[in-house]
Design a protein around this ligand. Structure first.
Ligand code: GMT
Length: 391
């Protein structure tokens, strides 16, 4: 996100603490882009995490980064990050006079925030805590018996809770004993950064014979069903000249490279690894594949749609709230590879492709950062007001 964003801003500025995972993962990306947008709106934003967030790549007088230092002692088999994080939150809330703490991902951020809140209470400070649920914290990790009581407790103790889709909200209520209202605030996209750029020379180099370009971006974990991506592509490839671009890295990658050799499609599949400028690859692509087993929202699909790339996806989690079946792409049951192949061939037909591309962009506009970030801002203001009323 550059400095080009413009927000109409009239409300008083806030001092906001943001706690997130600093990696390229979806929750960290959303948290960092949110903080950057809020800073551009004039709020003071303090990131608190164990290393500089990957997307915290701009200089702005309103942006601060506080690193959590985790001491190691021979006695600790597992260094207690959560305690170091809670202590850092206490310190930053007190000395930077924060108005609100917004923690992304329930584990361990919401529980650490609870502890920080209790410590601050003994010092006469009531810090409102907002927790945003992103998905795997609920659908995978949170449901594990090792964490469930802590997840339930920390959600219920948060002053405000948001989830990134209706589906994640419903799943959270289904699985946990939640007494709090959960507000749905979806993922968002900077349409200035994620837009179809003219990259004809790049496209010519990758697809010299005007092959269709399919693309997948993920962290190559089991939950992404990367094998389905490869098998869908192999069948599309049998029917039309095409190539597959695989962006990202993760545990499934070596197996997938092997599978491509076995299926004899290796020369038409490019594993590009982790890329900073994914939008450049999306700009030359015709179709995005997201056959995930679980996906609370599907930020990677939104990024593709903003670059005018239609989506073939599963119906997991919140994906159908984003990818409109038959309009911006197609949605099929998890694992329905043959159906996904048929749908992919339909979209890639030159008669259909332009309309799907236009529809994808049109849908992405509903999630414009300029629309969604003010919703977070309003939510913070409401929760702060409610907490002040309790004093
Ligand atoms: O998709 C991932 O594996 C990363 C993951 C995370 O926990 O950071 O992303 C989750 O949060 C994103 C941002 O809210 C969502 O767009 C992704 O759909 C969600 N991933 C899953 O639910 C698997």
């Amino acid at each position: 996100m550059g400095l080009h964003l413009f927000f109409c801003h009239t409300s008083p500025t806030m001092r906001i603490g943001i706690v997130c995972y600093p990696t390229f993962g979806g929750s960290g990306v959303v948290a960092t882009e949110l903080g950057k947008a809020l800073a551009l709106m004039g709020h003071q934003v303090h990131f608190i995490t164990y290393s500089q967030p990957a997307r915290l790549d701009i200089f702005n007088e309103n942006l601060f980064y506080h690193e959590v230092y985790i001491p190691t002692y021979p006695l600790f088999q597992y260094p207690p990050y959560e305690l170091a994080l809670a202590s850092k939150m206490v310190d930053i809330v007190r000395f930077e006079k924060l108005d609100v703490l917004h923690v992304h991902y329930a584990i361990p951020h919401a529980s650490a925030a609870y502890m920080a809140k209790q410590i601050l209470r003994t010092k006469g400070i009531n810090i409102p805590v907002i927790t945003t649920l992103h998905g795997t914290d609920i659908t995978l990790v949170g449901k594990d018996a090792s964490f469930e009581p802590v997840v339930t407790f920390s959600i219920n103790q948060s002053d405000g809770v948001t989830a990134v889709s209706d589906s994640l909200r419903a799943e959270t209520y289904d699985f946990f004993q939640i007494e709090k209202d959960i507000e749905v605030i979806p993922n968002f996209i900077d349409l200035e950064k994620f837009r179809r750029q003219k990259k004809e020379h790049f496209r010519l180099a990758i697809a010299p014979n005007n092959e269709k370009l399919l693309v997948h971006t993920s962290n190559f974990r089991g939950v992404k069903r990367v094998e389905d991506v490869i098998r869908i592509f192999a069948k599309v490839h049998e029917k039309m000249p095409s190539r597959l671009l695989m962006v990202g890295d993760g545990p499934e990658r070596p197996k997938m490279e092997k599978l491509c050799r076995e299926l004899q499609i290796y020369q038409d599949v490019r594993f590009l690894g982790k890329l900073e400028a994914v939008e450049e690859v999306l700009s030359i692509s015709d179709l995005f594949l997201m056959p995930s087993e679980k996906e609370s929202f599907g930020l990677a699909a939104l990024e593709a749609m903003a670059c005018e790339v239609p989506v073939i996806s599963s119906d997991a989690g919140g994906i159908p709230e984003l990818n409109i079946n038959g309009v911006t792409g197609f949605v099929s049951p998890v694992g329905a590879v043959d159906e996904m192949v048929q749908n992919a061939l339909y979209i890639l037909d030159d008669e259909h492709l332009p309309q799907f591309k236009a529809n994808a962009l049109q849908r992405a506009r509903d999630f414009d950062v300029q629309k969604i970030v003010p919703v977070y801002e309003g939510f913070y203001q409401r929760i702060i007001k409610e907490q002040l009323a309790l004093l």
